[in-house]
Ligand binder design. Structure first.
Ligand SMILES: [Zn+2]
Length: 209
């Protein structure tokens, strides 16, 4: 789910680039070139960059997100600023090649793994729910950047629709086994609250199950 952003984009946007997600997968003995399914929660540059490092993948995306990212609102910096046009064009090319599976709402993509339309942050943002040993875990992505967004009902300021965003907090709570089964998209606390699979992966990878 989601593919981060590249070192080149990091330089252009003045961001620190700690590690390519494809390299992080290799640390988990997972070969990005063989991965067949990638859920893209939304097309913001920090979630869909590096998609070309997954040549065998089919991408799972909400139809509304593609409409948003290719439509009139992108001319406004407050909506288009977090999109990288080359990422969006790349995803359009994959759509033409039949490599994107579009959704209009919620869908189970594999037994125990489902996507859930949330909206709010962007027009077509989706969260992912996964059946784990401890119950239903919800990967919120930017439906809640930080724990505080959800817990204090404080909308993140990059937003398409504040009502949809605050409704989305309720939807996340409905989907998850408990509030502590919701994983925010950008909160460093996740790496403190969940254990690494091994000492070598401390600070890089957290087991959420
Ligand atoms: Zn975002």
């Amino acid at each position: 789910m989601d593919t981060g952003f590249s070192a080149a984009v990091a330089r252009r946007r003045g961001r620190d680039h700690l590690r390519c997600p494809a390299d992080a997968l290799r640390l988990l003995k997972s070969n990005p070139e063989e991965i067949r399914d990638v859920v893209v929660t939304h097309l913001h540059y920090d979630h869909v960059g590096n998609f070309d490092l997954f040549p065998a993948a089919r991408f799972h995306l909400q139809e509304l997100e593609m409409r948003y990212a290719t439509g009139r609102h992108m001319a406004e910096a407050k909506h288009g600023g977090a999109y990288d046009v080359e990422d969006v064009v790349g995803m359009v090319r994959r759509a033409y090649a039949g490599r994107v599976r579009f959704y209009d709402g919620d869908a189970e993509i594999y037994p125990g793994i489902s996507v859930h339309f949330i909206g709010g942050h962007t027009m077509g943002l989706q969260a992912v729910r996964v059946a784990t040993r401890r119950g239903w875990v919800v990967l919120a992505s930017d439906a809640s950047h930080f724990y505080a967004n959800l817990e204090q009902a404080r909308p993140f300021p990059i937003v398409w629709s504040i009502p949809d965003m605050t409704q989305g907090y309720g939807r996340l709570l409905e989907l998850a086994e408990s509030p502590s089964h919701i994983i925010p998209g950008h909160d460093p606390l996740v790496l403190e609250r969940y254990p690494a699979p091994s000492a070598a992966l401390q600070g890089m990878v957290a087991r959420l199950d």
